[in-house]
Structure formats: structure tokens, C-alpha cells
Design a binder for this molecule. Sequence first.
Ligand code: DC
Length: 221
Amino acid sequence: MIAVAIDGPAGAGKSTIARKAAHELGFIYVDTGAMYRAVGLACLEKNIDTADSNAVAEMLAETDISIVFLNGEQHVLLNDRDVSSQIRTEQASMTASKVSQIPEVRQFLLDLQRNFAKTDNVIMDGRDIGTVVLPNAHVKIFLTASAENRAQRRVLQLKEKGEKVEYDQILSDIIRRDYEDSHRKEAPLKPADNAVTVDTTTMTLEESIAKIIAIIKENII
Ligand code: DC
């Protein structure tokens, strides 16, 4: 099995790029952020304080999170309910960042994530795929872009979905989330030692996809 790890900060285009590259190469695409978002959503729905790691851990014991692929698209099920669109709000995103700092949450999702790489050729994206989840991945990519550029893209995405958003608010959320993701004790966001860093700030989406596919092909052939 071939495993490609793509890590990087929020909004660098990881999921779009990884999905397209996986489609082109015939690999499955696994979005691990969606799993953290599902845990975040579960906390929001059950009114669980994400600062209370014991309460979150207790909730996990009664929670089932699974991933299914429908027409090649990943769907996230929370206790058998498809929450793929509910997890995409800004609120779910901030809550995901909070719960991702809890060791029990990371441990809970680790096997689920690793199992995909046992049975399929995968492109998996997240924050700690190359460093923790799949340390033996054949290709490791660290995909990044400037915070301003990521905020602009995020504003466009959310506006398309009809959410009311302010650029300044999104930019400060991104900066805060980058800080939290890269300074947490558990599996912080950082490039794996042997990762190739790709900065997409000045690239179009098509250029970024072509670059990632080229890096993968160079490393697996
Ligand atoms: O990629 P995303 O924005 O959907 O991720 C949501 C949150 O989950 C993000 O704040 C960081 C966290 N996350 C993580 O800690 N480890 C991963 N492998 C994936 C996401």
C-alpha cells in the first residue's frame, strides 16, 4: 500500500488539492480534520465544555464516529448520522481545534485513521499525518500559504455557502488557530523531518494540484 501524508495549517487548500490528486492517482482521500470536527460538533450538540477534557473523554466512550465513501466522496457519520455539512461551520472549526488538544481525542481517532492506510492506497491530510499517524508514509508534503491569503480564500468559501463573515475576524481566527495547532503539547502542527514544503501563496489551484501530483509521482515511481 502507498501512503501520502499532506499536513499544513488551516486554509492552505489541503483538502481540495488532496481530493483532486487522489482522484487522479486512484487513491482514496482521507480528511482527518473532518473527524476532529465531528468530535467538536458532538460537544456543541451535547453542550460539553471543551475545556473539560474528562467530560469530553466520557462523551467519547458513548460516541461512534465513522467514515464512509459515497461515490468516492468521504462522509462523516456521528452515531450513524451523516454530519458532513454540519461540521463545515466556523463554530465547528473552532471547537475542533479545541478538542484536538485533548490526548484522549487524538488517541480515539488514531486507529480509525491508521486503518485506512492498511487496506488502501491513501492520501491523508491533517496536521500530524507525517509526524504521528503515518510516520512511514512514502511521501510527506507540508502544504502552506500566507495567513492573509488563507483568510481571503476562507472568506470566499464561507460567503459561497451563505455564511456572513468578516475578513478581519477570519484572519484573526486563522492566526489564533495556527498558534493553537502548532503550540499544543499533543502532536503539534510542524513539518515532518523528511517532508517537502510547498507554499501555495502565489500559485493557482491548478498549479498547486499539478505540483502535488508531480511530487507524489516522483517519489512513488
Ligand atoms: O483541517 P481542518 O480545518 O478540518 O481541521 C479541524 C481542526 O482539527 C484543526 O484545528 C486542527 C485539528 N486537526 C488535528 O489536530 N489533527 C489532524 N490530523 C487534523 C485536524
